[in-house]
Design a protein around this ligand. Structure first.
Ligand code: NDP
Ligand code: 2IT
Length: 452
């Protein structure tokens, strides 16, 4: 059994220095809880104070974002960019526009991003940003003015060799377009590699839109195979109905599974015989509608549950795999118990930290397969790095080639996590495997670069 080192005093210090940021605390605690064996085995990490340095962002930027609505009223939002770690490459990570966004949210996401990006094996550091702006119910013109104002400050902090933002909740192709346009106008440079998730007609990569959802399902498939299972014939729950959820649903369907439910922040739909993906995409992507609109259009094939708890469905109908793709802490201990007690074999996080710590404990003691977001949803950022590669070489790959690269990367991440868990005495523990494998790559680079 490998030795371990208690990291409690270090963690206590991180919690004290970042008071009032519970999501960052949660993310840090989970990583620290995994690292005892690797710190014990390799004294160089403690000697170089790598963990202390890793948990302090290299730079945190907070700024005012004023914008004018269609009626001429001025609004003020807060913008953030946390440049967490650049040992492996330019800071890389998405922007989230959601009314709940705080500095603590961005720090939790940026911290996770360091390890996730390291796991991809690609040359990208970790960062995250966003705003408490709520795009819901805003006109295109309002969203454009907000994005332009946001970029009017952000542009001075980013660049293809410095920091490369992308999308996250509330930020998709439309927002990236407005922000890229403003960056180009201010700098007078067509610097494609400064943002990823661009439209495929102007520097975007094929498969980036699909990448997070597709990648999570490829990871899940590899994980299921370790127990002789597959998606063929499986019944699946996917929470959320945004970018990650939609393409997770598509890939499960391609692999022969049936996704019977998905959700948004106001309700869930349950389609006993499987979701109608074409209709879902039309309602969500084209019309920017709600799941209630989907259910209304689908008629008797769909049951809409206002405010519904999607995980409770596992007690009512047989479910094999759950893929949370909405937001942090959406799946709690009770929901986890419902899944485990009703025979779910795997939970795969498409979202960032959707399972509470209690839920993760329930999965672990229940002996089911559990893939943490920083491993399973890394396909999005990995394909962003492939987009940067295409931009740098002024090339555009085919869909098939980009998807092949994505699948290769996801299988590699799966296997690295599984092998690392085994090496450190916890076979099957993908949380420990992901945290240690990601940590080792970034920590070794930090040591090589000296105390900076
Ligand atoms: P979208 O904005 O496209 O969709 C988000 C979905 O989650 C919507 O259905 C939304 O419902 C729901 N949701 C958001 N916040 C809440 C909340 N507080 N409570 C309940 N439901 C909520 O975002 P993405 O699909 O891009 O992101 C989903 C998750 O995946 C996030 O955790 C994100 O960090 C993560 N992720 C995204 C990647 C990407 O490439 N986009 C890459 C890796 C991870 P509603 O419309 O009602 O708000
Ligand atoms: O959480 C994430 O990995 C993302 N939102 C994607 C980041 C990126 O740079 O593509």
């Amino acid at each position: 059994m490998p030795q371990t080192t208690s990291l409690s005093p270090l963690l206590e210090d991180v919690l004290r220095r970042n008071a009032g940021e519970p999501e960052f605390h949660q993310a840090a605690r989970e990583v620290f809880d995994s690292l005892g064996p690797v710190i014990a085995a390799h004294p160089r990490y403690a000697e170089a104070s790598v963990l202390e340095r890793l948990s302090e962002p290299e730079r945190q930027i907070i700024f005012r974002v004023p914008w004018t609505d269609d009626r001429g009223h001025v609004h003020i939002n807060r913008g953030f960019r946390v440049e967490f770690n650049s040992a492996l490459g330019p800071y890389k990570g998405g922007l989230r526009f959601h009314p709940t966004v705080t500095l603590g949210t961005v720090k939790f996401l940026g911290f996770e991003q360091i390890f996730k990006n390291a796991l991809t094996g690609l040359p990208i550091g970790g960062g995250k940003g966003g705003s408490d702006f709520d795009p819901k119910g805003k006109s295109d013109a309002e969203v454009m003015r907000f994005c332009q104002s946001f970029m009017t400050e952000l542009y001075r902090h980013i660049g293809e060799y410095t920091d490369v933002p992308a999308g996250d909740i509330g930020v998709g192709g439309r927002e990236i377009g407005y922000m890229f346009g403003q960056y180009k106008r201010i700098t007078n440079r067509y610097e494609s590699g400064v943002l990823t998730g661009k439209g495929v007609g102007w520097g975007g990569s094929l498969v980036r839109t699909e990448a997070t959802g597709f990648g999570a399902v490829v990871f899940a498939e590899r994980m299921l195979a370790t127990r002789g299972r597959s998606f063929d014939g499986a019944r699946v729950l996917v929470s959320g109905s945004g970018n990650v959820a939609i393409y997770a649903i598509q890939k499960v369907q391609q692999l022969g599974g049936t996704v019977v439910a998905c959700s948004d922040s106001t309700g869930a739909v349950y389609d006993e015989d499987g979701l109608d993906l074409d209709l879902l995409r039309r309602v969500k992507e084209q019309d920017r509608g709600r799941l209630s609109d989907y259910a209304a259009a689908r008629g008797t094939a769909s049951v809409y549950r206002p405010g519904g708890d999607i995980w409770a469905l596992a007690a009512e109908t047989h479910i094999d795999v759950a893929i949370p793709c909405a937001t942090q802490n959406e799946l709690d201990g009770d929901a986890a118990a419902t899944l485990v007690n009703n025979g779910v074999i795997a939970v795969v996080e498409g979202a960032n930290m959707p399972s509470t710590p209690e839920a993760v404990r329930v999965f672990s003691s229940g002996g089911i397969l559990f893939a943490p977001g920083k491993a399973a949803n890394a396909g999005g950022v990995a394909t962003s790095a492939l987009e940067m590669q295409q931009n740098a070489s002024r090339d555009a790959w085919t869909f098939d080639y980009a998807e092949h690269r994505l699948a290769e990367i996801m299988v590699g991440i799966h296997d690295r996590c599984a092998e690392t868990a085994e090496e450190y005495g916890s076979p099957g523990d993908y949380v420990l495997g992901a945290n240690i494998a990601g940590f080792v790559r970034v920590a070794d680079a930090m040591i090589a670069l000296g105390v900076i």
